[in-house]
Design a protein around this ligand. Structure first.
Ligand code: XMP
Length: 517
């Protein structure tokens, strides 16, 4: 199966032996400006030969090579003459298939270790000082290198921390060069890519755009394409790149559910209609959504209604347009690959589950499906999208509906929008380097007593939520300075009529979630 729009690029295939390492490796390779793709560990050698990658990297993985169901690669891959670099589980696979010794010691090594380079002339570790810090995470390790290999580095507990056989173009490390804890990790990856495999660092945003534009033109020809625009990063970049590729053949449908943050809807219209001159259908659907959501308090029910209504409105517009053949989607690379080896690089099924109404069908075009999120942002910036869109923080599809606890009304939306705008303005002014992952205001379904001037108030509180996170899977509440919290609190109470109290959420995830609903 081919997953790439980029077959003419020098490509590195990353064999996925499980865990999270393969994605990280693919990203590091791309940071070295070389195109990379993740493939299942058991891809047959004949398929590898057909795809003709310029180099191969074997990822780490959680299994022991001796485990009954351990994932094993097709050993013939190692005979193709393509440069191969193995990490952790990858070094053990190489040793297993080429006749090295992997004693079952049951003594693992986890965390930092000091690497000692013992072969100064080696190619992979060129430029790495005699002693440096590396990251280890393994139980088994290679005790004796296979014939033909020289051992190039060791640690106090690992006899073969790195080995290489330049004649067969095979290289491996027991440690993880892809993690930030390994001091010279990226240098090692670059040595392999640029010096050993001789791949120049040419994968840049400009050529990603040029190639994608070319591919889209080839696929679409003179057909018309429709794209659902939400104002989020992914759909915005899809729209911008399609517009670059096919201009007027693209129509964007912006389903404005009225649950966006302050000024967001106006910005989508300003950027896409006025700046890019995209053929934009702006459906102002707040009324429809509020009618459907009236009295609904269950979070999942809100999500269901909002999701269904989106497709309803979208297809009403889409079927009004004549001659549309394609539907563009902002699928990204992490949506396409599933770690866990066997299933890697297979399309996740739910991505094809667009609820086409009876008798309606469009072919899918997914121009970002080879890209990671940071690459999508870089492409967006290169295409001229404003910072507010390119660096937008994660925002749930159901919008403010999941930040208003209880039933949703226009008035509550206005309250939350005003308070949320203050939270964002204040934190952004303080957090110029964008270290806080996500921050916003929540409107709970309670009221409390307060006093303003001489008058007793009975108003709503606002809860401020701000979290540090790397991927939203886990999160910690952000340690915002007290002065900043005080400023937000004062401004919200003074500027938003109806709010008389501000609380700060000091719950991490787990046990809390980032959103309140
Ligand atoms: P939680 O609240 O589960 O959120 O910790 C994790 C991340 O996912 C976002 N989120 C959503 N995104 N539709 C979305 O597109 C949703 O229904 C949804 N709920 C949560 C949330 O903002 C956070 O970044």
């Amino acid at each position: 199966m081919t997953t790439s729009y980029h077959e003419q690029q020098p490509t590195v295939l990353v064999f996925d032996f499980g865990a999270q390492y393969a994605q990280l490796i693919a990203r590091r390779v791309r940071e070295a400006r070389v195109y990379s793709e993740i493939v299942p560990y058991d891809i047959p050698a004949a398929e590898v030969a057909r795809r003709a990658p310029t180099a191969i990297i074997l990822s780490g993985g959680p299994a022991s090579v001796y485990a009954e169901n351990a994932p094993h690669m097709d050993p013939a891959v190692l005979d193709l003459g393509i440069p191969v670099l193995g990490f952790c589980y990858g070094i053990q696979e190489m040793a297993l298939h080429l006749g090295g010794g992997i004693p079952r010691t049951d003594i693992g090594e986890y965390g930092f270790a000091e690497l000692e380079v013992v072969e100064p002339e080696c190619r992979l570790l060129e430029g790495v000082p005699e002693r440096s810090q590396v990251w280890m995470s393994h139980r088994d390790s290679v005790g004796t290198a296979p014939a033909g290999f020289s051992v190039t580095a060791r640690t106090a507990t690992t006899a073969v921390a790195a080995m290489e056989d330049p004649a067969r173009k095979l290289y491996a490390t027991q440690f993880h060069p892809e993690v930030a804890h390994t001091e010279f990790g990226q240098e090692i990856i670059k040595n392999f890519l640029h010096t050993i495999a001789e791949i120049p660092p040419v994968w840049t945003m400009v050529n990603i755009i040029d190639e994608t534009v070319e591919q889209v033109r080839e696929m679409v020809g003179s057909d018309r394409v429709i794209c659902g625009l939400s104002g989020g990063v992914d759909s915005s970049v899809v729209a911008a790149i399609l517009h670059r590729a096919i201009g007027d053949q693209l129509t964007c449908v912006f389903v404005d559910h009225g649950l966006l943050r302050l000024n967001e809807a106006e910005e989508v219209v300003r950027v896409f209609r006025d700046q890019f001159h995209v053929d934009l259908v702006h459906v102002e659907a707040e009324g429809r959504y509020l009618t459907k959501l009236a009295g609904v308090t269950d979070p999942e029910e809100k999500r269901r209604i909002i999701g269904e209504e989106f497709w309803q409105v979208f297809f009403e517009e889409a079927t009004r347009l004549k001659g549309v053949k394609w539907l563009a989607q902002g699928t990204l690379y992490p949506d396409v690959i599933e770690s866990g080896s066997k299933t890697a690089a297979k399309i996740k099924s739910h991505h094809n589950l667009i609820p086409f109404p009876e008798g309606v069908h469009f072919d899918l075009i997914e121009p970002l499906k080879a890209l990671f999120k940071d690459e999508v942002r870089a492409v967006g910036a290169e295409l001229g999208l404003p910072d507010e869109i390119v660096h937008r923080q994660p925002f749930p599809g159901p919008g403010l509906a999941v930040r208003i606890i209880g039933g949703i009304t226009h008035e509550k939306l206005e309250l939350l929008r005003a308070a949320d705008a203050i939270v964002r303005e204040e934190i952004l002014a303080w957090d110029r380097d964008r270290t806080v992952w996500q921050y916003f205001a929540v409107l709970p379904d309670i009221r409390s007593v307060g006093v303003m001037g001489d008058e007793r108030t009975y108003g709503h509180p606002i809860i401020v939520r701000a979290v540090a996170s790397a991927d939203a899977m886990t999160a910690d509440w952000a340690r915002l300075p007290h002065d900043l919290l005080a400023r937000m609190s004062n401004r919200i109470i003074n500027e938003v009529d109806g709010i008389n109290r501000v609380a700060y959420d000091i719950t991490s995830k787990p046990p809390g979630t980032i959103e309140w609903e």
